[in-house]
Design a protein around this ligand. Sequence first.
Ligand code: UDX
Length: 428
Amino acid sequence: MNICIIGAGYVGLTTAAVLAELGHEVCCVDQNKQKIEQLNNKHIPIYEPGLQELIHQNEQRLTFTDSFDEAMKNSVIIICVGTPSWADGSTDLRYIQSVIDDLSSRIDSYKTIITKSTVPPGTNEWMYTRLLEKGVPTHLFDIVANPEFLREGSAISDMLHADKIVVGLRHGDNRSLPVIQAMYSNIDAPYIVTSLNGAEMIKYASNAFLAMKISFINEIARICDAFGVNVNDVAKGIGCDPRIGSHFLQAGLGYGGSCFPKDVKSLERTARSRHIEPHLLQAVQLVNDSQIDVYIHKLQRALDDLPQRTVAVLGIAFKPNTDDTRDSPAERFIRQLSQTGCLIHAYDPKATLSNDHRPNVVQTKTIHEAIDGADAIVVATDWTEFQQLDWAEVKKQMNGTFVLDARNCLKRKEIEQCGLHYIGVGSG
Ligand code: UDX
């Protein structure tokens, strides 16, 4: 198949590489000329394990362009542009609207237009109507909602081994499903075929449910803390029940990234727009927003003269195996901690601190520079490299003895055996 992907961001590039790997001819278009130039010079602008290799492996079938007209030669168009939030939490659909307007003046043969971008319920129906209003006749296009469920850090495998393929169709559309089935013919996953609004809701409900699991276990961790209970034991205990499931019960600093915070907020706004009070969604965000305070208080209690101390914060990215810092709890933690006046040595294997931090925040090039002379260490992102630290060596380099495990990912006994003080929330 000849496929055009609009948007060479995280979702667009991953989708393009995987579809090329599946044997399709893929053209990826983005209006950012600099990005396209980089891609054509074999430089991949984001870090995602395996992506660079996959793009290079499939370069015969994969092209990058900033020309919309070039891209419109394809009959299948996949929209992967960003859908950021407005300040009030609602979704900014300007990029979607601009794509639809660009398409409307160029459609002169039948196109299957597939939306992968995460959009609030009602958006795909609105896109359909807008194309009609712009004069595109119904026989020349169909709109399909086909959300992605990719996790950063394992996006390629998530797409190749999808647990489902969600397809939202307009009532009466009998042209699009065979196109989608042909496109994904090498992916073995069950199809969930529903309406356009239904597919949009599946994506939102899925992210909101996962965020809810995280906030749930974080609230349980606070209660565990008061009773000296290890929340990891509780997560394991409840996770064995298939009705609950063991995933997304890792307590810590809370959820971040480009999806969960934005999508939960947007679903809240969507509910309100129809006069539904989303109590649970509010609670999910309330727990998440206050999670940083819980850990800062722990550190303040351990180090009463915190403003005079040096703290090494290990982790800047919102989760391991990515350089992404969008809505990162680790970076939020650093920002809040810096307000106490202490000196912060931040380190991350891939991510870079944004440049609007206070002068008492320094990013170090190596983990050793970060730890050197630190009074306390905080593990804010659960990179494997932090979990595998030689704590006896760490102790020699530190000035103090406190290790705050803000991701519940360290081995407490090992740390304590080296004469260090382990601090956590719900750590038993
Ligand atoms: C998420 C969804 O998983 C994916 O399906 C969707 O397409 C995009 O959003 P992603 O943002 O890449 O993917 O990250 P994910 O692995 O889901 O983690 C999100 C956040 O939750 C991270 O900050 C992570 O550290 C945190 N998290 C996750 C926890 O705190 N505890 C957990 O048990 C799991």
